[in-house]
Design a binder for this molecule. Structure first.
Ligand SMILES: C[S@@+](CC[C@H](N)C(=O)[O-])C[C@H]1O[C@@H](n2cnc3c(N)ncnc32)[C@H](O)[C@@H]1O
Length: 232
């Protein structure tokens, strides 16, 4: 069963990266494909493609990153071979799935923190549907309070909770919880740049970081900050 699941995931990543605008099928196109294949839409997801399509279908109800950004996060984890990843702001688990899929490839695990209990439950369900539960450690509560209680450092920290809290997260993650050579990735660095102005100033001018703002989709992107291996 596990091997079958892995093959399905690999096929999903390969095929979804090769089709549609910008390398992607839209959620609607995926659903049309599934319905045509299955004869009718199923309520119980039976494949990762269906789970992702279901997440796309409800994405307007939950704030979540677009597919290209999910795919980019997945690529970064695999390219850096990261095994310990932190996500702040789980929502319904869309980027959580993308991160967890990459961690299947690296053999790592994800800690994800969400303040709203109902979102944690929904994300747990999606992760179970995707067969990725073992890769994810869910924590429910205020990330500002939970982060200082974490013990082991991360190689990638993806900041996607309250945008006004980014400087506080930075101070709580550094220096103990992000390894030298690790990445801090802040979502909405273009669309919500005004809300995270202080954070962007901080990481752009910090002597221990190199930061680039990457435009990942038409109107938004991420601040990707690399922590130098040796302090300046
Ligand atoms: C933009 S959404 C996360 C989207 C998700 N990463 C994705 O793209 O699939 C932000 C989430 O952060 C949560 N959040 C906001 N403030 C928080 C806090 N202080 N601690 C933990 N979670 C928080 C919100 O409830 C919301 O679900």
């Amino acid at each position: 069963m596990k091997a079958k699941g892995r093959i399905k995931r690999r096929e999903f990543l390969r095929t979804s990266g090769a089709a549609g605008v910008g390398g992607w099928l839209s959620g609607a196109a995926l659903m049309r494909g599934f319905e045509a294949e299955a004869g009718a839409a199923s309520t119980k997801p039976e494949s990762l493609e269906q789970i992702m399509a279901q997440l796309d279908a409800i994405s307007s109800q939950y704030p979540s990153a677009p597919k290209d950004e999910g795919r980019f996060l997945n690529l970064l984890v695999k390219a850096t071979r990261a095994r310990r990843v932190l996500e702040l702001g789980t929502a319904h688990g869309y980027t959580t799935i993308w991160l967890a899929l990459a961690l299947e490839a690296t053999g790592g695990s994800l800690t994800t923190i969400e303040i709203l209990p109902e979102r944690v439950e929904l994300a747990r369900k999606h992760m179970a549907d995707a067969g990725l539960t073992a890769r994810v450690n869910f924590k429910q509560g205020d990330a500002h309070e939970i982060v200082p209680t974490l013990t082991d450092p991360f190689e990638i920290a993806y900041l996607d909770a309250d945008k006004g809290g980014q400087v506080d997260y930075f101070k709580k993650l550094l220096p103990r919880l992000l390894v030298p050579g690790g990445l801090l990735i802040a979502h909405n660095a273009i669309l919500l740049a005004d809300k995270m102005k202080d954070y962007l100033e901080l990481v752009r001018h910090h002597p221990d970081f190199d930061t680039v703002i990457l435009r990942a989709v038409e109107d938004d992107g991420m601040a990707v900050s690399y922590r130098h291996r040796k302090a300046a």
